[in-house]
Design a protein around this ligand. Sequence first.
Ligand code: ZN
Length: 247
Amino acid sequence: MGKKVVKRKLRVDRLIMLIGVCVIMIAGVIQIFRMMLPAPKPIETEVMEYKPQEDRPIVVIDPGHGGYDGGTLSLDGTVVEKDVNMQIASKLKNILAYYGVEAILTRESDEVSWSSDNEEDLYARLDIANQNNALLLVSIHCNAAESDFENISGIEVYANPEQSESMRLAESINQHLSDTDLNVREMKDGSVYHIMVFNNDLPVALVETGFLTNSYDLAHLTSPYGQSDVALEVAHGILDYLGMTYE
Ligand SMILES: [Zn+2]
């Protein structure tokens, strides 16, 4: 082994050592930086903020008909009113919950807790509102025409003109419904119909959300978009009536 070979080997050894030292130092510096950095944050999941339960106003939403009583039908008989009412009412309940209003439904499914007697049916729905000290009751329905199906369309809101709070509620809902994609017909006197016949202190409004016998209304009322469109404006009407702010 000559001197030159030994020198070169020494240089190579030094170089390897130097590289080794550098790698260890860099790794050390990276480790120190890592320790200085804050711990990674957990991914934040979106949490809907609800008002505390005791502060939330309670309203009752009534999905019309149900169980033994299907209500009206589309012209081809495939769409049953009770199902559409339920779908819109469920969306309405969720929208109201988002705005801090607790909505109790008179029925949660197609099953009803009352007998197939018409009068008892109505009283049972009112009882649910009264037992829960609800601030108001809104009944959700769909209409049907007997003839001239393509020309008869749109929303109708009913209330008893003898009950001023019911009228105020109905007018508020009626006004907002003009923001939907559906035509809004004139408000109707509901004093001789349905749930509004009974004289009580509870503000009651009934919304016929459109005609299942009209092809345009039917398409809207059976689409998730159309159901949300109607539910949102009914919710706005209720929130306005309650004097609550919303975005
Ligand atoms: Zn109905």
